[in-house]
Design a protein around this ligand. Structure first.
Ligand SMILES: Nc1nc2c(ncn2[C@@H]2O[C@H](COP(=O)(O)OP(=O)(O)O)[C@@H](O)[C@H]2O)c(=O)[nH]1
Ligand SMILES: [Mg+2]
Length: 233
């Protein structure tokens, strides 16, 4: 099974890849971690690393680009090497570039996913819980996950990280929403219907990468996604 780990910069992708791979190995699975971020050295032992083929800092020098241009260019170049990053583990965790938009709003992300995925591929969309302070930020995060899923054409689970410092309480947020008025409140009410209709079993899953909690719940949700298809590894 291939798991593409997505999320905004700082949401906890790399820490998740490191700690969730350890969790899966403790369960007895063969796990590969793959770094798809040409701008960062992996903080885990990577079976494959895109930086063997392209490094953002070299692209900056070679093409005379600033950091933003070099990030875009290096991810474009990286996609040409996607076929060299295949791994044979029962679970393969792909750590994606720091900036989410480089992966989901460029053609590169789709190329990586097409090249590397099999029948049992999904993305895990990490959201920093400390940034979910109101119904607006909650619904934006869930919608952002829906966009990522559509852009990459794979199922995607929303997962709230950093639950050790801040816990997302969906019922409280939805109650808050009832008190809102105006055009945006109407939009949000419709989005709640949309989420309920289209995202089961995409329930909010809360994890802490630091404490390694919530991983059992996440593991069950991953299994549920493919449960009608038999052996998922
Ligand atoms: N408290 C807390 N910090 C976390 C958690 N996950 C990641 N972090 C911290 O958040 C920062 C960004 O994490 P990182 O994995 O580099 O995020 P990335 O940019 O998405 O790859 C680091 O300082 C991590 O130690 C978590 O579950 N809880
Ligand atoms: Mg990272």
């Amino acid at each position: 099974m291939e798991i593409f780990v997505l999320g905004c910069a700082g949401s906890g992708k790399s820490t998740f890849v490191k700690n969730f791979s350890e969790y899966l190995r403790e369960k007895g699975y063969r796990v590969d971690c793959v770094n798809l971020d040409p701008a960062s050295e992996p903080i885990y032992k990577a079976s494959k690393d895109i930086r063997e083929f392209v490094k953002t800092e070299h692209v900056m020098e070679e093409y005379g680009l600033g950091i933003n241009g070099a990030l875009i260019k290096s991810v474009e170049i990286a996609a040409n090497y996607a076929d060299k990053l295949k791994c044979g583990g029962e679970f393969v965790l792909y750590d994606t570039p720091g900036q989410l938009e480089l992966f989901i709003y460029s053609l590169a992300g789709r190329r990586f996913v097409e090249e590397l995925s099999s029948t049992f591929s999904l993305s895990i969309f990490l959201v920093d819980s400390t940034l979910i302070t109101d119904p607006e930020s909650f619904l934006s995060a869930v919608m952002q996950n829906a966009v990522a899923s559509l852009r990459l054409n794979i199922p995607s689970l929303t997962v709230f990280t950093k639950s050790d410092v801040s816990e997302v309480n969906v019922n409280v947020l939805l109650n808050e929403l009832k008190k809102r008025e105006g055009v945006l409140a109407e939009l949000m009410e419709k989005l709640v219907d949309f989420i309920e209709l289209t995202t089961i079993p995409y329930r909010p899953i809360k994890i802490s990468n630091l404490k390694k909690t919530g991983y059992d719940d996440l593991f069950s949700a991953v299994n549920e996604l493919f449960c009608s298809c038999g052996d998922i590894s």
